[in-house]
Design a protein around this ligand. Sequence first.
Ligand code: PRE
Length: 250
Amino acid sequence: EHNNVTLGMVRDSLIRQEDTIVYSLIERARFPLNPPTYDPSYASIPGFGGSLLEFFVKQTEAVQAKAGRYDNPEEHPFFPDNLPPSLVPHYKYPEVLHPAAMSININKLIWDMYFNKLLPSFVSPGDDGNYALTAARDLECLQAISRRIHYGKLVAEVKFRDERKDYEPAIRAQDRFTLTNLLTFTNVEEAVKKRVAKKAMTFGQEVKLGDDGDKGKYKVDPAIVSGLYADWVIPLTKEVEIDYLLRRLN
Ligand SMILES: O=C(O)C(=O)C[C@]1(C(=O)O)C=C[C@@H](O)C=C1
């Protein structure tokens, strides 16, 4: 029945994932930037050259790999090299995607975007010492954003099946421009940007009894959330869709 997945179902999942992304940003914003988290010279972990953040992410991904997380085709590690194999029985996930999907992982780009552009824009400057919690919150943001962006593989597969005769010539010609036009729905993108701003207002308000609280004060700026979607999440989802489609007839 997984072969009957519709564009509506896929979009419902993208909408649901917005909740996770907005909440994870709110949770990260409880802490200031906490620069030592990212500073290799602060951590000085024996036998490990990187930052506390890198240490935390690599170790967490190793545990999760052993527990089978990356057997799920929707999950993509940030450090795929040298990950230990899964130690648990393999669940047979439905094979919906073309096998070439496995070779697509743009987490390097997502990582750089998150730490260089996004993070400094929505946390306050400062240092409260909570570096381990900070790293944990960062990884939750990264995983939620990565899952959403790589969901583009499934979005593209469904679109391809629905309109095969339009997509096939563009794929044969490896024509990114036509593929971009085929898969773009400007009205949907506008709705996504408005909805995530509204979610940031709804989830990020101070809930008070009695009066109506600090109107207009949010835990994460709604404009930053919709900007994140406009500048990064949607364009990178489309990049994954195109990367997938270009390989779809291999
Ligand atoms: O919903 C779709 O059709 C998608 O491809 C997802 C998405 C998005 O990232 O939100 C990307 C491209 C479309 O123009 C519209 C929305």
